[in-house]
Design a protein. Sequence first.
Length: 536
Amino acid sequence: MTEPVLIIDGLSVDFPLEDRTIHAVRRVSLAIAPGETLALVGESGSGKSVTALSVLRLLPEGTRYPSGSIVHHGQNLLRAPEPELRAVRGRSISMIFQEPMTSLNPLHTVGRQVSEALVVHLGLTRAAARVRTIGLLTEVGLPDPERRFDDYPHQLSGGQRQRVMIAMALANEPDLLIADEPTTALDVTVQAQILALLKSLQKKRGMAMLFITHDLSVVRAIADRIAVMKEGEIVELGTTDHVFAAPQHAYTRALLAAEPRPQAPLSDPDAQVVLSTEGLKVWFPIRRGLLRRTVGHIKAVNSVSLTIRQGETLGVVGESGSGKTTLGRALLRLVKAEGPIVFFGQPIETLSVKKLRPLRARMQIVFQDPYGSLSPRMSVAEIIAEGLEVHEPGLDGPGRDARVVAALLEVGLDPETRHRYPHEFSGGQRQRIAIARAMVLKPALVVLDEPTSALDVSVQALIVDLLGELQRRHRLTYLFISHDLRVVRALASHLIVLKDGEVVEEGPAARVFAAPESPYTQNLMAAAFALATSPE
C-alpha cells in the first residue's frame, strides 16, 4: 500500500481559558493517501478548522495538544521545532483559507504575494519568480495574468482572488493541500469552476487534499472519502458513495436531511401592491484625470422594473456584481437611484430624509453578515431596541423591553440572553438577532440580503423555516436576494434573474426553476443543482 501523506493519530486540542478549558478536538485519527481527497465535514464549532490548523501549528499561542501525533513523511509536526515547521509550511503542505480578501495582503500586488513563496522556499530571483508566477496564474485560469500580476486584491472579483490563493498554495508543488471552506463565499457558477479547477490540478500533480466544508453538495462533487465531525470527534468515516447512500450516524443523517423545505407562498394577483418600480437605474460615474471628469458609468442597476405584492416573496438571483444588493438598497432609498419607487401607492423617490423617516419602520433589511451588521459594543437588548427609540419615542423603558422580549421569543431565542453581546452567540443565533431587530418594528416589507449564505446547512434550513413562519404569521412581503438557488427555491414565489444590472429572466419561481429560458439562467441552475446531484 502507498504510504499516507499525512497521518493524524489520536489528536486532542485544548484551549485553556481563565475559568475553564475548551476541548475543541478529542482523539481524532485520520490518514490521507497521495492523490486522495478527504472531506472533513461538520457544522461550525465541530472542530474541523482546528484540526486542519493543527497540522501546520497555526493555532494561537497557549494552545495545548494533550494527546496524539500528526506525522508527515515520518516527521511528527506537533513536536517539530519552528524552523522545521517553516520549511514545511507552503512548501510540502499548503493551505487555502475561506475568505481570500482577508488572507491576501491589501498593500501588495497579487503577483508579489504569489512570488514571495517561490523566493522564500525555492530561492528564485525576482525575475524568475515573476515568470513562474505568471505561469501559475495562467494555470489557475486567471484572465490576462501578465496584467493582473500588478493588480491589488481589491481589483479582483471573489472568484479571481480565490484563484490567486490557489496559485499561491500550489506555487511550490506541495504534496498536501488543505482547503478550508474555499468556496463558501462564492457564487454557484464560480464555486463549480473552483471545484473543477482543484480536481484538475490535483489529478495533474497527484497531490492529496484535505477539504474542509459544511456544504455536503460540495463534498459529493469533490471527495473520495468523508469524515464527519461533531463536538470535536469523528462520528463517521467512509467513502463518499457509502456515506451518502447509507449514513450510519444520526448526526450524518441529520446533515443530509437539512435541505431547506419548499414553503414558498402562492402569489395572489389581487393582493395589495407593496412596492413597485419601473426602469430603475443606479449608475456610478467613472472619473479620471486631474479634473476628475466623468468618462463613463458603471451600470450597477439598469432599467429594472418589478412589482411585489403583500405576502409574496420576490427572489432576486444572479452572480456577484450582477446588481442584486444595489437593487435592494436602491428600493429602500439607501443608495441614490433614478426612477420611480412606489411604496404602498406613495412615491418615495423624491421624499426628503425627514419625510421618509416615518416610512422606515415599515421597510426593513437583514444583511448577509450578522457579525458585521451588529454593533459589538451594544448588548442584544440595545441593538433590538434602537429602532424603537427612533420610531416609537413614546414607549417607556419597560415598554421597549417588553417589545424586545417578544421579538426574541418570536425568533426562537431565550429573552434572558438579551443582555449579552453579539460575540457570545453562534452565527445562526446572530442572524436570528438581526431578524428580531427588523421584526420588532412590525414591518410590511423586509429585504433579505443573502441572510443564509454564511451559515451551516442545518442552520440555513432553520432560518428558512423561521422566515416562512414569520411571513405566514404577519403576512410579510420579502425581497429575497441570494446566489444560493436551493434556498431561493424554498422561499420565492416569483423570481427575477439579474446579469450586469439588467433583468435577463423573470416569472413565477416554479416555472423558472423547471424550465429556465435564458442561457444565463440555465447555466446558474446547472451549476447549482449539478453539485447537489454529482455522483463523484
